[in-house]
Design a protein around this ligand. Structure first.
Ligand code: ADP
Ligand code: MG
Length: 269
């Protein structure tokens, strides 16, 4: 295994080096949310994070997105600090709680990052993205007029609108039924394949992680740590039929077991 030298760090698109995060509660208690996380993504790599509820997945994404800061350790994204990259609008983020604004149309929601960045709205590009996520014809609809899956696609379009270098997705398909979710997985692979985009996806679904990612990180909680890293061997572009292969099933079993190595501890929440 390579030591993390400054050379390696600068070559990685995302580099977490010994990152720990402790939350201080009002009553004086401390929650060790993350302990000594070391993780590197190369440019254009798609990595999925799996782990039980409360193991620190969202905290990892919040730290990388610059929404929160690590207690110790360093995070570099393309040689810059998370906040610098966010301020340069080179980070695309679609979190569960990043809802669309209900009073704006779909096109206006997707255009929002241009306004936030103080840039001129590129209407032609928005039309391209709307087509890419399959929402042509719904530009003037309000979020409440769309299905859950369509709203998720609109948020993904919004996260891509400033052509970010890095995409962070926190359970973007968590609320969807299985059929819509599978459809969205195929869509996301297509969108991702059309550009060079370093992507970190948090998901509860082992199948989703295996279908989309180049590599899977399995986390464990209390404190949040990396338990295992699993390379995904399937060639791209991937057809949903890959999910029916024995290799796929074997990896699903393996990862499911890794996520639940000992039922005695139980998974809260
Ligand atoms: P996951 O996304 O894997 O479900 P989180 O990253 O949301 O887990 O949370 C990891 C741990 O940190 C949990 O124990 C959670 O309660 C705690 N935590 C997360 N955010 C905060 C916060 N702002 N204040 C206090 N504790 C927090
Ligand atoms: Mg979470």
């Amino acid at each position: 295994m390579k030591q993390s030298t400054s050379l390696v760090s600068s070559e990685a698109a995302i580099c977490l080096d010994g990152v720990s995060k402790t939350f201080q509660l009002d009553n004086g208690d401390e929650i060790a949310a993350l302990h000594d996380i070391n993780l590197q993504l190369s440019e254009g790599e798609f990595v999925a994070i799996l782990g039980p509820s409360g193991c620190g997945k969202s905290t990892v994404l919040r730290l990388i997105s610059g929404l929160d800061t690590a207690t110790s350790g360093t995070i570099g994204i393309e040689g810059a600090l998370p906040r610098e990259l966010a301020q340069a609008h080179r980070l695309g983020v679609a979190f569960q709680d990043h809802a669309l604004l209900p009073w704006l149309t779909i096109a206006q929601n997707i255009a929002l990052p241009f306004h936030v960045a103080g840039r001129k709205v590129d209407h032609a590009y928005i039309a391209d993205l709307v087509a890419l996520v399959g929402l042509t014809g719904f530009e003037t609809a309000r979020p409440s007029q769309l299905s859950g899956g369509m709203r998720q696609r609109a948020s993904i379009a919004r996260s891509l609108v400033l052509d970010p270098d890095v995409l962070l997705l926190d359970e973007p398909f968590g609320a969807l039924d299985a059929v819509t979710r599978r459809h969205m997985n195929v869509e996301l692979q297509r969108i991702w394949g059309a550009r060079t985009l370093t992507t970190l996806l948090v998901t509860h679904s082992v199948e989703e992680a295996l279908f989309l990612a180049d590599r899977i990180i399995v986390m464990t909680g209390r404190p949040g740590q990396i338990l295992r890293e699993v390379p995904v061997p399937f060639a791209r572009p991937r057809d949903p039929d890959v999910m029916r292969t024995p290799e796929f099933h074997a990896l699903v079993d393996d990862l499911t077991q890794a996520l639940d190595p000992d039922t005695s501890a139980g998974g809260a929440g």
